[in-house]
Design a binder for this molecule. Structure first.
Ligand code: GLU
Length: 421
């Protein structure tokens, strides 16, 4: 059962975090045993014809970790690191995320081991459609509902939805979320993850008695789908964004960067690289800046035991999934940093995905204010619950969030029982 599962540091970390939280809270060991492994994992070959000539095969995956609370939910990642182990770890995180914020959804994740920047638009479309076909038997509005993740976007979801609908013979908008508005997407979904990160930072600042004003400095690692809306919202809250980065490098200005210029630059050119008139620093230097708030919003395993001693930020808001390793969290918490854990901090995305799914099932659409207010309310309540668990069990926010998620899962799994009995 465990073949290949432990190959990635992310799965080992998630597994150990689960064991650790389970022992602190006294989780029923039979429940813990069931949560350690994914319910179902499908590996598929995805052959496509590269711009109509040679055929190349990519490996694809869809992992459903736990579906006690409802259909599986989680993104599809196109990235060269994607493998079974990483996908299983991310599916497990989705189970905990949905449970923590009280959604009637389970946890899943999918992906293809590919660098999407090396494929043409036509090749990406072929890849998405073939992958959708290969996993079509285990997805659907009542089974498992994919969404965008690293390397995928609304267009990917539109192709996925169209392919699934072709197979069914009728339009099935509820098979994915994160779709463009024109094909049944929800207002506010594209910015939801980043906005949710900014809301959580606001709650954390309030808890720490820290006012967000023009002196509050922010560095963002990962200036993309999550980092950009988080930056915009924090600017609206009055903070100063001093550094942002992507895979091509980082830019820094201690007086605050020109956010609109940076956004326009990446819209046109995809990467920050070569943006004129700015100070370039490395990604490692960005992580080590003496700022109030650091948002690792790119990918997992960025703050590790090797560089965590350089990180000076007071608040670390995990915009990405698993950006801080277990050892790094231990060190950062001991030195007094306040970590907003990923399954809470970036949950705005899946919360609005849930709203999109509900709107699609009802064919009745909500206003942007309704969406943002409902998302804010869910995050506020979840944040307060995690703070309470952290005080009750005298543990850091990361462990407290997991305990909150596990409590909800334990209750539901016990009530449903184990089949066959
Ligand atoms: N990929 C996002 C995440 O990691 C969103 C998942 C979803 O909306 O289903 O939370």
């Amino acid at each position: 059962m465990a073949d290949g599962l432990f190959d990635s540091p992310l799965f080992k970390d998630a597994f150990e975090q689960l064991e650790d939280a389970a022992s602190i809270m006294g989780l029923d060991p039979n429940i813990a045993e069931r949560l350690k492994y994914p319910k179902r994992a499908l590996q598929v070959a995805v052959p496509i014809r590269l711009d109509h000539v040679t055929v190349k095969t990519f490996m694809g995956y869809r992992v459903q970790h736990n579906m006690t609370l409802g259909p599986g939910k989680g993104g599809i990642r196109f990235h060269p690191h994607v493998d079974l182990s990483e996908t299983a770890a991310l599916a497990m995180l989705m189970t905990f995320k949905c449970a923590l914020v009280g959604l009637p959804l389970g946890g899943a994740k999918g992906g293809i081991c590919v660098d999407p920047n090396e494929l043409s638009r036509q090749e990406l479309q072929s890849l998405t459609r073939r992958y959708a076909t290969e996993i079509s038997m285990i997805v659907g509005p009542n089974i498992d509902i994919p969404a965008p993740d690293i390397g995928t976007d609304g267009q990917t979801m539109a192709w996925f939805m169209d392919t699934y609908s072709q197979l069914k013979g009728y339009t099935v908008p509820g098979v994915v979320t994160g779709k463009p508005i024109a094909v049944g997407g929800s207002l506010g979904r594209a910015e939801a993850t980043g906005k949710g990160v900014a809301y959580c930072i606001n709650f954390a600042a309030e808890k720490l008695g820290m006012e967000i004003n023009a002196k509050t400095t922010v560095a963002i690692h990962g200036f993309g789908k999550v980092g950009i809306p988080a930056a915009e919202d924090l600017r609206a809250q009055g903070a100063k964004i001093v550094a942002v980065s992507d895979v091509s490098g980082a830019i820094y200005n201690e007086d605050g960067i020109d956010l609109d210029a940076a956004i326009n630059w990446v819209k046109g050119r995809k990467f920050l690289k070569d943006m004129p008139g700015i100070k370039v620093i490395s990604n490692e230097e960005l992580l080590a800046l003496d700022v109030d708030i650091l948002i690792p919003a790119a990918i997992d395993g960025v703050i590790t035991k090797d560089n965590c001693r350089n990180v000076k930020a007071k608040i670390i808001a995990e915009g990405a999934n698993g950006p801080t390793t277990r050892e790094a969290i231990k060190h950062l918490t001991e030195r007094g940093a306040f970590i907003i854990p990923d399954i809470l901090c970036n949950a705005g995305g899946v919360i609005v995905s849930y709203f999109e799914w509900v709107q699609g099932l009802q064919n009745f659409f909500w206003s942007l204010d309704e969406i943002n207010n409902k998302m804010h309310a869910i995050l506020r309540e979840s944040f307060d619950r995690v703070v309470l668990a952290s005080e009750t069990f005298d543990v850091d926010m990361k462990r407290a969030a997991l305990i909150g998620a596990l409590r909800r899962l334990e209750k539901a799994m016990r009530l449903r029982g184990l089949f066959p009995s």
